[in-house]
Design a protein around this ligand. Structure first.
Ligand code: ADP
Length: 175
C-alpha cells in the first residue's frame, strides 16, 4: 500500500534497496536474533565491526554504520524499548524520531523500517504501528525535513502488515 511518501509492504528488510534500512538494535550494539541476525548473515562482518567501534547506544537513540554487502547504503541502528522496562511508548517514538533524524543528517531520500521492538522485545504491534506511523507522518509535516522522500515500513508477516494498513487508514482517513 502506498500513501504518498509512506509505503507499507510485507517482506524481508535485508532485501530492501532503500538508501538506509533500520536495525532494531540493543544498547550494546550487538547483532543477535531477528532482523539483526538476518543483517549479520547477509551483510557480512563489516557492520558488527563498525558497531563495536561505536560501542553503545541508549534506548530511544540511533547510530549509523555502513551496510556491508546489503543493497542499502547505510544501516541505522535504533534502540527500541524492551516491554516492561517502563515509558515504552515514548522510547519507541524517540527511537523512530532519532532514525529519521540520522537519515536527514545523511541527506538520503529513502529509508525502510521494521516494526521496532515487536519481536524479541515484546512490544504490541498495534501500539507500535500507531507510534511509528504517526512519527513518520509528522516528519513530512515539518518544513526543516528536506531530504527524505520515502519512508517504507517493511513488515515480516501479513498480520503485521494488516495492522499497519488499518492504523494508517485510521490516522489518515484521507490518504
Ligand atoms: P526487537 O528486538 O526490537 O523486538 P526483532 O528483530 O526481534 O526486534 O523484531 C522486530 C520485528 O521485525 C518483529 O515484528 C519481527 O517479526 C520482524 N522481523 C524479523 N525478521 C525480519 C526481517 N528479515 N525483515 C523484516 N522484519 C523482520
Amino acid at each position: 500500500m502506498k500513501s504518498g511518501p509512506i509505503e507499507l509492504m510485507q517482506g524481508d528488510i535485508t532485501e530492501m534497496a532503500t538508501d538506509a534500512i533500520v536495525n532494531p538494535s540493543n544498547t550494546s550494539l550487538v547483532l543477535g536474533a531477528g532482523v539483526s541476525g538476518a543483517i549479520a548473515a547477509k551483510g557480512g562482518d563489516a557492520i558488527q565491526i563498525e558497531m563495536s567501534k561505536i560501542g553503545q547506544c541508549p534506548v530511544g537513540d540511533a547510530v549509523v554504520t555502513g551496510a556491508g554487502n546489503l543493497k542499502a547504503r547505510y544501516v541505522i541502528h535504533a534502540v527500541g524499548p524492551r516491554m516492561g522496562e517502563g515509558n515504552e511508548d515514548n522510547k519507541l517514538h524517540m527511537a523512530t524520531l532519532a532514525s529519521l533524524k540520522r537519515a536527514e543528517e545523511l541527506k538520503i531520500q529513502s529509508i525502510s523500517f521494521p516494526a521496532i521492538s515487536t519481536g524479541v522485545f515484546g512490544f504490541p504491534v498495534d501500539r507500535c504501528a500507531a507510534i511509528m506511523l504517526s512519527t513518520a507522518l509528522d516528519h513530512f509535516a515539518r518544513e526543516e525535513n528536506q531530504s527524505l522522500r520515502r519512508i517504507v515500513f517493511c513488515l515480516f508477516t501479513k498480520g503485521d502488515l494488516d495492522v499497519f494498513i488499518n492504523t494508517l487508514k485510521w490516522l489518515k482517513p484521507d490518504m
